[in-house]
Write a protein that binds this ligand. Structure first.
Ligand code: HEM
Length: 410
């Protein structure tokens, strides 16, 4: 396929993306890889919103796309590859959502948050993460087995931590968790997604106003005091940043904690090894991130100029999807890629993306995963599934892969 600009097939000739997930078990390898085997690392797929996009599946090319300045992350640009129709664009909805912006605009917002997410800042949060983990484990143990580990542990831990960091009242968790789920659901209508986004914006708008009036010792209060008062940020921009951090900051890590626990229950030797040697946790977390790659539907981008990626010519105006889950199982980069192997040194994985948009929350996510999994292994060494392994219910209709429930006993 070197240098190919082959005749453009019409979408009807192309496989529809996202491909159906034929996985029988949540930990089976991404089905996409089998569907693509024998194909070029870059292939065309039809999109559910009409049109088509290039699907990039090899680690080297995924990194190339995500760091290349010719690719835009701005979903409002005509021709952007969308997996769900976009609501009517309104300026208010776009303000502060820097995950969808390109440099230099993107960097202006991201730089405001960089100090908050540096490793040394997150280290200061570790005692709070530990207390949170202990609190929810205490409650779960006190209530006695069986328990739904997603509901009792995986979801509340990162939710409470992000609330503390941002200065969002945790008692509102049912509200923001349910709206975040709708936003990340791939099968809801445009109206439902827009409704959930509006409600989150209105809620955080009131909170930003309160921080402006009352101050406080949290990220949003600092943002408001430093930038909003100084005129570097508008109210709507501060609200957009808050929405992004609140949604991205709990749902992702929650799904990782649930799925990671399931992996460890399938590898009891690794669960026991973690308890005996918590120093294994950082390597374990990296391999879990690679192996699970919860951002299953990949990262969409739009080419703003002609670029050659992996020998394929991508023209300005064409869409690309960087499929992280398949890149993280690339045999060329990870030997025996479907095997869960804590000692492989999985550092070059792209579970957090790559390039300018690479996850700003990764030091926080890593700390939460490490502390939550070590505490679980130490506190509940006899943890096991309360239902058959192949009956663990998946969340199949979400852009972020996860479990609906994880019934456990001990
Ligand atoms: C295991 C958990 C997590 C995973 C797998 C994950 C994954 C990702 C990925 C793949 C991206 C890149 C998106 C793109 O390029 O379009 C991203 C960006 C982002 N993540 Fe995370 N994330 C996690 C946890 C968090 C946490 C805890 C926060 C905390 C607030 C967070 C906040 C963000 C933000 C703000 C961005 C946008 C960065 C930018 O555009 O510059 N994430 N994340």
């Amino acid at each position: 396929m070197s240098g190919t600009t082959a005749t453009q097939p019409t979408p009807a000739d192309l496989p529809l993306f996202p491909f159906p997930e034929p996985v029988a078990h949540p930990l089976d390898p991404p089905a996409y890889r089998d569907l693509l085997s024998g194909e070029a690392p870059i292939t065309r797929v039809a999109l559910p919103t009409g049109g088509w996009a290039w699907l990039v599946t090899r680690l080297a090319e995924v990194r190339e796309v995500l760091r290349h300045p010719a690719f835009s992350a701005d979903i409002a640009k005509p021709g952007f590859p969308l997996l769900r129709p976009l609501p009517r664009p309104r300026d208010r909805d776009r303000a502060g959502l820097f995950i969808r912006m390109d440099p230099p605009e993107h960097g202006r917002y991201r730089r405001m948050l960089t100090p908050e997410f540096m490793i040394k800042s997150i280290r200061r949060l570790e005692p709070l993460i530990q207390q949170t983990v202990d609190r929810f484990l205490d409650d779960m143990v006190a209530a006695g087995p069986p328990a739904d580990l997603v509901d009792a542990y995986a979801l509340p831990v990162p939710s409470l931590v992000i609330c503390h960091l941002l200065g969002v009242p945790y008692e509102d968790h049912c509200f923001f968790q349910s709206r975040s789920r709708v936003l990340l659901n791939s099968s809801v209508s445009v109206e439902e997604a827009q409704g959930a986004a509006d409600e989150l914006r209105d809620y955080l708008s009131r909170l930003v106003t309160a921080k402006q009036r009352d101050g406080g010792d949290d990220l949003l209060a600092r943002l408001v005091a430093g930038r909003l008062r100084g005129g570097a940020l508008t109210h709507d921009e501060a609200v957009g940043m808050a929405v992004l951090l609140l949604v991205a900051g709990h749902e992702t890590t929650a799904n990782m904690i649930g799925l990671s626990t399931l992996v460890l229950l399938r590898h009891p030797d690794q669960y026991a090894a973690l308890r005996d040697d918590p120093g294994r946790a950082p390597a374990l977390v990296e391999e879990l991130l690679r192996y699970l790659t919860i951002v299953r539907t990949g990262l969409p981008r739009l080419a703003l100029a002609d670029v050659e990626i992996g020998g394929t010519r991508i023209r300005a105006g064409e869409g690309v999807i960087a499929l992280l889950s398949v890149a993280n199982r690339d045999e060329g980069a990870f030997a025996d890629a479907d095997r869960f192997d804590v000692d492989r040194g999985a550092h070059q994985h792209v579970a957090f993306g790559f390039g300018v948009h690479q996850c700003i929350g990764q030091p926080l996510a890593r700390a939460e995963l490490r502390i939550a999994l070590v505490a679980l292994a130490e506190r509940l060494p006899a943890l096991r599934l309360a239902i058959p392994d192949d009956e663990v219910p998946l969340r199949r209709d979400s852009f972020i892969y996860g479990l609906q429930r994880l019934p456990v006993t001990w």
